[in-house]
Design a protein around this ligand. Structure first.
Ligand code: NAD
Length: 477
């Protein structure tokens, strides 16, 4: 059984606490167990963070940043170990895991800019002999609730910016992939951060409810499915907390008749089947406009059917397993429903379900419409829907009919079509000739509509604003 990490110590959850197995999804074997902590463990972690806050919030910014640079160096030293850990208990390929760790470290790079990022501003002589200054202060104890699909990157979206701004932190990793967050917290201590600045409590709904109810938690960062994001946002906001809650996605990829076919096909394969489709930036529906269908569907189907499915640590593997058998079965259920609703099965990945582990291969459903469940709902697996449109207007209209608005991307060689798409598509992360429109750490990760609840997004300048409160001082001497 893995432990919580509270006040710098590995601490077991109370006797009698429930637990869940942690699997290697590529083999189906149980590799460890995770405790399902409750209010008592959450309270211990919040107390440890509150205690640490009294000195950490007064630690000069240069000292906080020196430790953040050391954390960055420690992460680099353990880069391969972290990537292997991600592959082992999440299942994604080693290359994908390396990409995840790199994107996570980039947030630490960004956090190292705190002496600039945390600056306030000043305006002298706002009226005769009167000056105004804006200062930034930390909030107190902040908490993070990540999803299973990026066990290292998403925790790194959360606590580095919080602590570099002077807050202390309680992280509740996903109960399905808890090893990434726990290892990060160990490396954080190894880098020299004081005990209690970052604490880890494992668990699921009960632990989340206890964090949301705790009077000493000032801010909640949540990333996960849309219904839970909405509930966490509502309850935490009602409890007076600052909240950023990132939800699910139903991302559309529009392919115009003038698109570079090779680029579009390669990008769609990467977008839809990379990370086995378990990515909030995965392309879920490809809307092919006019004669684009004739150009690209045959090579797309051929290449999807030829993708190598297998354990993420085997060389040459392109698509790893899904997170759990139940999730794989749920995704396979969508394939049946899609066919039942009238979609045509172009590539069927279900043949991979018979092997050990939680595998499902790339699957393509054609002639999907927005009134089918596969055309509307988040599937979160390697299932690509193809929809048809007669014009760019129709394609944008289809994408905008989604309740979720995380990402949308277009493939075209026309600047006019690209600009039209950029202006009218209702997705906070928009791509032009790219498979995944992921903002770098210094921009906000900015989903729209049902994909996001709150005001300030994660990382970028929004992250700094989220983790600080502002004080304006008006002075006359
Ligand atoms: P999930 O909603 O099941 O779980 C997310 C977190 O919430 C976990 O830590 C879990 O323990 C906790 N949780 C689960 N059910 C809860 C409940 N009823 N009450 C309180 N807490 C609860 O999500 P998941 O399956 O781990 O992750 C996949 C989802 O996350 C997908 O919908 C995906 O699109 C989304 N996601 C979104 C982004 C984004 O940036 N918008 C990024 C990654 C993943």
């Amino acid at each position: 059984m893995i432990n919580n990490l509270i006040a710098g110590e590995h601490q077991p959850a109370a006797a009698g606490t429930g637990s869940l197995p942690i699997f290697n999804p590529a083999t189906g074997e149980v590799i460890d167990n995770v405790p399902l902590s409750g209010a008592a463990e959450v309270d211990a972690a919040v107390r440890a963070a509150s205690h640490a806050y009294s000195h950490w919030s007064k630690t000069p910014v240069m000292e906080r940043v020196r430790l953040m640079f050391r954390f960055k160096a420690t992460l680099e030293e353990h880069f391969e170990e972290l990537a292997a850990l991600v592959t082992r208990h999440h299942g994604k390929t080693l290359d994908e895991a390396r990409g995840e760790v790199r994107r996570g470290i980039e947030v630490v790079d960004f956090a190292c800019g705190a002496p600039t990022l945390l600056q306030g501003r000043t305006l002298r002589d706002v009226s005769a002999g009167v000056d105004q200054d804006l200062y930034r202060y930390p909030l107190g104890v902040c908490a993070g609730i990540p999803p299973f699909n990026f066990p290292v990157m998403i925790p790194l979206w959360m606590f580095p910016l919080a602590v570099v701004a002077g807050n202390t932190y309680v992280l509740k990793p996903s109960e399905r992939t808890p090893l990434g967050g726990l290892r990060l917290a160990e490396l954080f201590l190894e880098a020299g951060f004081p005990e209690g600045v970052l604490n880890v409590v494992h668990g699921a709904k009960d632990a989340v409810d206890a964090l949301i109810a705790h009077p000493d938690v000032r801010a909640i960062s949540f990333v996960g499915s849309a219904p839970v994001a909405r509930d966490v946002y509502r309850t935490a906001a009602a409890n007076g907390k600052r909240v950023q809650a990132l939800g699910g996605a139903k991302n559309h990829i529009v392919v115009m008749p003038d698109a570079d076919v090779d680029l579009a096909v390669g990008s769609i394969l990467n977008s839809a089947f990379g990370n086995a489709g378990e990515r909030c930036l995965s392309g879920s529906v490809a809307v092919v406009v006019g004669r684009a269908a004739g150009n690209m569907l045959a090579p797309l189907a051929d290449r999807a059917a030829g993708m190598v499915v297998g354990p993420g640590d085997e060389p040459g593997v392109q698509v790893g397993p899904l997170i759990r058998a139940e999730h794989r079965d749920r995704v396979a259920g969508y394939i049946d429903r899609g066919v039942g609703e009238g979609a045509r099965l172009l590539v069927d990945g279900r043949k991979h379900m018979s092997r050990p582990g939680f595998f499902l291969g790339p699957t393509i459903l054609d002639h999907v419409t927005t009134d089918m469940s596969v055309g509307r709902e988040e599937i979160f697996g390697p299932v690509l829907s193809i929809a048809r449109a007669g014009s760019l207007d129709e394609a944008i209209e289809q994408a905008n009919r989604m309740a979720l608005g995380n990402m949308a991307t277009i493939f075209t060689q026309s600047g006019r079509s690209a600009r039209e798409f950029r202006e009218r598509v209702e997705a906070g992360m928009t791509g032009i000739n790219v498979p995944i429109a992921q903002p770098f750490a210094f921009f906000p990760f900015s989903g729209w509509k049902g994909s996001f609840f709150g005001d300030l997004h994660v990382h970028g300048s929004d992250g700094i604003d989220f983790f600080t409160r502002k004080k304006v001082v008006v002075t006359r001497w």
